[in-house]
Design a protein around this ligand. Structure first.
Ligand code: L34
Length: 284
C-alpha cells in the first residue's frame, strides 16, 4: 500500500511559513494584498476562489474579490486589470480561468503586469521559468515540487513522465522537473504507446482532466504517482485522473484527490503573493 502524500497537511506547513513572513512585514508597516477576479458563475471556479480567499485570511494576506457577471466585456475586464496594475496597494493579480468564451484569455494574461502575475502565466514569467531564473513559479507545478521536496523525494536523475501538456500544468511541470535534473518525458493525447512510456516512470504526473485515466497497468511497481486532475465521476464525486484504489496498491507514494495537489496550488499562490510584495518593496 502506497504512502499517501497529504497535500492538505503540507499546504498548512507552507501557509504557516508564509504567515510568519507576512507578520514580519506588518511590523515594517508593509501590507500584502491579492486581487482575485472571477468572471461568470462556474461552480468549480467559485469553490477554488473561495478556497483562495480562506487561505488569504489564514496567512494574513488582504484579499480583494472582483466577481464580475458572465456578460462582462473583454474591454471592461482589461480596464479593471489596468486599474489593479496601477494600484500600488495591490501586490498580486489573479484572473481565475477558464474565462467565458467571448473573452480572449491570452490578451487577459498579457495585460496583467508581469510583476503582479502571481500565477506566472505571463509570457515574460514563462520565459524566466524556461531559463531557470524566476521569481514566480506557476502554482500547481510549484505545489507538486514542494510536496515532493517536503516528503523527502529526490527528483534528480529520476525519469519523470508527465501526462498532459497544458500551459498551466504539463509544460511548466516539465520545465521545473528539468531544472531539478530529472529526465522528463511529456505525453499527451496523440502519444503512441502511452502505457509503455508510463511504465518507465519513476515519477508519474497525471494532468489529463479525465477520471480514472491512469490505471494500475500503466504504473510501475513502487512508482511515485502525482494526481493533478480534478474531475467528477458518474456519481458526482470529486476524483483525480488516477484510479486511486488500484494504483495505490502498486505505487510507493500517491497523492489523493481531494486533499492532494489542490490545496498545494493555493498554498503556493500565497507564497507567490508574498514574493510579489517583497519584490515590490525592494526586499529581494
Ligand atoms: N488563473 N486559474 C488561474 N489560476 C489557477 O491556479 C487556477 N487553478 C486551476 C483552475 N483555474 C485557475 C486553480 O486554482 C485549478 N485550481 C484549483 C485550485 C484549488 C483547488 C482545485 C483547483 C482545490 O481547492 N481543490 C480541493 C477540492 C476543492 C473542491 O472541493 O472542489 C482539493 O482538495 O483538491
Amino acid at each position: 500500500m502506497a504512502q499517501i502524500i497529504d497535500g492538505k497537511n503540507i499546504s498548512s506547513l507552507v501557509k504557516e511559513d508564509v504567515k510568519k513572513e507576512i507578520e514580519a512585514l506588518k511590523q515594517q508597516n508593509i501590507k500584502v494584498c491579492l486581487a482575485v477576479i472571477i468572471v461568470g458563475d462556474d461552480p468549480a471556479s467559485k469553490v477554488y476562489v473561495g478556497n483562495k480567499k480562506k487561505a488569504c485570511e489564514a496567512t494574513g494576506i488582504e484579499s480583494l474579490e472582483y466577481a464580475l457577471p458572465a456578460d462582462t466585456t473583454e474591454e471592461e475586464l482589461l480596464c479593471l486589470i489596468e486599474k489593479l496594475n496601477n494600484d500600488p496597494a495591490v501586490n498580486g493579480i489573479l484572473c481565475q480561468l477558464p474565462l467565458p468564451k467571448h473573452i480572449n484569455e491570452k490578451r487577459v494574461i498579457n495585460t496583467i503586469s508581469a510583476k503582479k502575475d502571481v500565477d506566472a502565466f505571463h509570457p515574460e514569467n514563462v520565459g524566466h521559468i524556461m531559463i531557470g531564473d524566476y521569481t514566480f513559479l506557476p502554482c500547481t507545478p510549484a505545489g507538486v515540487m514542494e510536496m515532493l521536496e517536503r516528503t523527502g523525494i529526490e527528483v534528480q536523475g529520476k525519469h519523470c513522465v508527465i501526462v498532459g501538456r497544458s500551459n498551466i500544468v504539463g509544460k511548466p511541470a516539465a520545465a521545473l522537473m528539468l531544472n531539478k535534473s530529472a529526465t522528463v518525458t511529456v505525453c499527451h493525447s496523440k502519444t503512441v504507446n502511452l502505457k509503455e512510456i508510463c511504465l518507465t516512470a519513476d515519477i508519474l504526473i497525471a494532468a489529463v482532466g479525465r477520471a480514472n485515466f491512469i490505471t494500475a497497468d500503466m504504473v510501475r511497481q513502487d512508482a511515485i504517482v502525482i494526481d493533478v486532475g480534478i474531475n467528477r465521476n458518474e456519481q458526482g464525486k470529486l476524483c483525480g485522473d488516477v484510479d486511486f484504489e488500484a494504483v495505490s496498491q502498486k505505487a510507493s507514494h500517491i497523492t489523493p484527490v481531494p486533499g492532494g495537489v489542490g490545496p498545494m496550488t493555493i498554498a503556493m499562490l500565497m507564497k507567490n503573493t508574498l514574493t510579489a510584495a517583497k519584490q515590490q518593496n525592494n526586499l529581494i
